[in-house]
Design a protein around this ligand. Structure first.
Ligand code: AMP
Ligand code: GLY
Length: 419
């Protein structure tokens, strides 16, 4: 089979690497891809932006969509309208991520546990509501804001300033036209991924991401500086609670509303003292969570994606390795703020670890940095501790100018003496 894989991050390199292992995969075109997908077996990068035309011209058997933007724009609907096979949610189903107002209203309709909230289209009404709040709140731009649209103000003054930025100064343009103001919850977070075919689901090992730039969860929010799985915090009871109170009601609710959810549902949850609450849904795989899930997946990913598109996930066995995986993100100095690009990456050939590229390009046979998150170094082991040690050992040979990484990935999962 010939596949088209859309995206350019560590998530897509990990998916390309895993899909390439399928005996049935002949070639994977990655659009636009990165330095890692340029050199992965059976893969080549393409610059074509008219994906539909490319898929038709090249007899693509299955298109796999990595990021949320094409999904929110309706790429799945466009492909299906001309009879092309594509893996991901429809435009209507992708609203679970693309509109936080939709997502929160949906959760309320279907009694899915989440933070109490109100949505506002009008600045004065939102301000009046804020004035009345006694506890801390969270402000969310309803639309897609590249992961930056959530604000956690510490004081009412900060909250008011943030509301003004969102609704009057329009720092996130139309994404901030509608603002959700919600109760601030407390507790550890988990990322729970489920494959869905619209009616059946299969859960993956629970992951934990590290959103802050610096050790000890300090510094600015990033796309994610590292991840690990399976997270010991996710006991079987917690997983059952997430499945039964959040994921199944969501999949059943989407089906009942005539917008069945097909693809991967990413549920961000917080374990609060009042039970598990949904923080957000994403309509795609997480990055960097995918970089630990793909090496843990024993089964053929192509089989799973086809079963998801074809509505037969209930008959698909999905096997996960009984191991632990960790990814440490090597980032450009300065990220998530301004950083320099075009640095030569050294020592990649000298590590034995699996490395998934994110912001890299291949130029004249050498890899250069081209983004904030540059590389994901993967560690594997029988325990999280072994996997952590493997990842930090494996990244020692790699270097580029101003390289920065967190030294404490998976600290929540390690005994204090191991940190
Ligand atoms: P999101 O972009 O929705 O993932 O939100 C980014 C981060 O903001 C989450 O990972 C949480 O750490 C935090 N967050 C979002 N909503 C809440 C909430 N209601 N209470 C506390 N923290 C939140
Ligand atoms: N790991 C966070 C995200 O993919 O949104």
């Amino acid at each position: 089979m010939k596949l088209l894989l859309i995206g350019s991050g560590g998530r897509e390199h990990a998916m390309a690497w895993k899909l390439a292992q399928s005996e049935r995969v002949e070639h994977i075109y990655v659009a636009p891809g990165n330095g890692g997908t340029a050199t992965t077996a059976k893969c080549s990068n393409i610059l074509e932006e008219n994906y539909l035309q490319f898929a038709q011209d090249n007899n693509i058997d299955l298109t796999v969509v990595g990021p949320e933007i094409p999904l929110a724009e309706g790429i799945v609907d466009d492909f299906e309208a001309v009879g092309l096979k594509i893996w991901g949610p429809s435009k209507a189903a992708a609203q679970l991520e693309a509109s936080k107002a939709f997502s929160k209203d949906f959760m309320q309709r279907h009694k899915v546990p989440t933070a109490a909230f109100e949505s506002f289209h009008n600045y004065d009404a939102a301000l009046a509501y804020l004035e009345k709040q006694e506890d801390k709140v969270v402000l969310k731009a309803s639309g897609l804001a590249a992961g930056k649209g959530v604000i956690l103000p510490e004081t009412k003054e900060e909250a008011k300033a943030a509301l003004k930025e969102l609704m009057l100064d329009k720092v996130f343009a139309s994404a901030g036209e509608t603002v959700v103001i919600e109760e601030r919850l407390e507790g550890p977070e988990l990322s729970i991924f489920a494959f869905s075919d619209g009616k059946n689901i299969q859960l993956m090992p629970a992951c934990q991401d590290h959103k802050r730039a610096l050790d000890g969860d300090e510094g600015l929010n990033t796309g994610g500086m590292g991840a690990y799985a399976p997270a010991p915090l996710a006991t079987q009871d917690i997983i059952d609670e997430v499945r039964d109170t959040i994921i199944l009601p969501t999949i059943n609710g989407m089906k009942a509303e005539g917008t069945p959810y097909v693809g991967v549902l990413y549920t961000g949850v917080m374990l609060t003292k009042n039970g598990v609450k949904t923080i957000e849904f994403n309509c795609r795989f997480g990055d960097p969570e995918t970089e630990v899930l793909m090496p843990l997946l024993e089964s053929d990913l192509l089989d799973v994606l086809e079963a998801s598109v074809e509505g037969r996930l209930d008959k698909q066995t999905i096997v996960w390795k009984d191991e632990a995986a960790v990814t440490v993100v090597l980032a450009s100095g300065g990220y998530p703020q301004a950083y320099e690009k075009g640095k030569t990456i050294k020592g990649l050939a000298h590590t034995d670890n699996l490395v998934f590229h994110a912001g890299t390009t291949l130029e004249d046979g050498s890899y250069k940095t081209s983004g904030g998150r540059v590389l994901n170094v993967i560690g594997m082991g029988q325990t999280i501790k072994e996997a952590v040690d493997d990842a930090y050992q494996g990244l020692k040979t790699i270097d580029f100018d101003a390289m920065h990484y967190r030294k404490d990935i998976a600290f929540q999962a390690l005994a204090k003496k191991d940190r």
